[in-house]
Design a protein around this ligand. Structure first.
Ligand code: SAH
Length: 230
C-alpha cells in the first residue's frame, strides 16, 4: 500500500501563533484558526502566501482579509456559541468558516455570485452545515431572518449601517469598518435601549462595501444580482 502522510490537524498553527503574538487570547478562536487551512480558501496561484498575515487577492478585485483582522473582528463579536450571526461579504468564506465554528448559525451575504458559490462549495466540502448563503446587497441585511444577535461587515462602509443596526437584537453587537475608501475605523456598535453605543477599535483598510447603503457601484464586478438564496 502506498504510504500517505496523514493530514496536518493544525494547518493554521502559524496563523494562530502570529495573532496570539499580536495580543489575541481567546482560546476558542485561537484553536479554530489553528485547525483551519487558509490555503483552501485561496485561488491556486496565491496559495503559497496562505500563512502571510495580510490580505490576499481572491479575484474580482476582492481580498481574503488579513488573519489578524479576522481575529480582531471575531473577538469583537464576543461569541459564546449560541448566537445567530449575519455576515456581510462572504468573499473567500474563510471568515465565514471561523464564525460557523464559534456561533450557532451563520447567515452570509455576498454580492458577487461567483465568490458566493465558490465559498459555498469549499464550506460544504468542509462539512459546515450551519451556514445559509444569500447572493445580493448585504447593506439591506436579511429581513426574513432578522433579528440577529451579531452582525459582521467585512467591507468598508461609508457611514453608520442603519438598516443593519435595525436588524440587531437589543444588546446585540455589530462590527464594521466605517470610513472613507482609503481608510476606516474598525467600529463596534452595541444596541443599548435601542440606541447605538459606538466604540472604535483600530484603524484598518478594507475593500468597499458596495450597495444601497454603501458605496455606489462604479460598474466594477458586474451588475448587482437580485437577492437569491442559494
Ligand atoms: N470575509 C471575506 C472578506 C472579503 S472582502 C474574506 O475574508 O474572504 C469583502 C467582500 O464583501 C467582497 O467579497 C465583496 O464582494 C463583498 N461585498 C461588498 N459589498 C457588499 C454588499 N453590499 N453585500 C454583500 N457583499 C458585499
Amino acid at each position: 500500500m502506498p504510504s500517505r502522510r496523514p493530514p496536518d490537524p493544525f494547518p493554521g498553527a502559524a496563523i494562530a501563533q502570529q495573532v496570539r503574538q499580536r495580543g489575541i487570547h481567546d482560546p476558542r478562536l485561537l484553536e479554530i484558526l489553528a485547525r483551519l487551512s487558509r490555503r483552501q480558501f485561496l485561488p491556486p496561484d496565491e496559495r503559497r502566501h496562505a500563512l502571510d498575515d495580510r490580505a490576499i487577492p481572491i479575484g474580482h478585485e476582492q481580498t481574503i482579509s488579513q488573519p489578524y483582522m479576522v481575529a480582531v473582528m471575531t473577538q469583537g463579536l464576543a461569541l459564546s456559541g449560541t448566537e445567530r450571526v449575519l455576515e456581510i461579504g462572504t468573499g473567500s468564506g474563510y471568515q465565514t468558516a471561523v464564525l460557523s465554528h464559534l456561533a450557532s448559525e451563520v447567515f452570509t451575504i455576498e454580492r458577487l455570485a461567483e465568490l458566493s458559490l465558490r465559498a459555498r462549495s469549499i464550506l460544504d466540502g468542509l462539512g459546515r452545515t450551519n451556514i445559509r448563503y444569500l447572493i445580493g446587497d448585504g447593506t439591506l441585511g436579511w429581513p426574513a431572518e432578522a433579528p440577529f444577535d451579531r452582525i459582521l461587515v467585512t467591507a468598508g462602509a461609508p457611514g453608520f449601517p442603519s438598516t443593519l443596526f435595525e436588524q440587531l437584537i437589543e444588546g446585540g453587537l455589530l462590527v464594521a469598518p466605517v470610513g472613507d475608501e482609503f481608510s476606516q475605523e474598525l467600529t463596534i456598535i452595541r444596541k443599548q435601549s435601542g440606541r447605538p453605543e459606538i466604540h472604535s477599535i483600530m484603524g484598518c483598510r478594507f475593500v468597499k462595501l458596495i450597495g444601497a447603503e454603501g458605496w455606489a457601484d462604479q460598474g466594477r464586478g458586474g451588475p448587482l444580482p437580485p437577492s437569491l438564496p442559494v
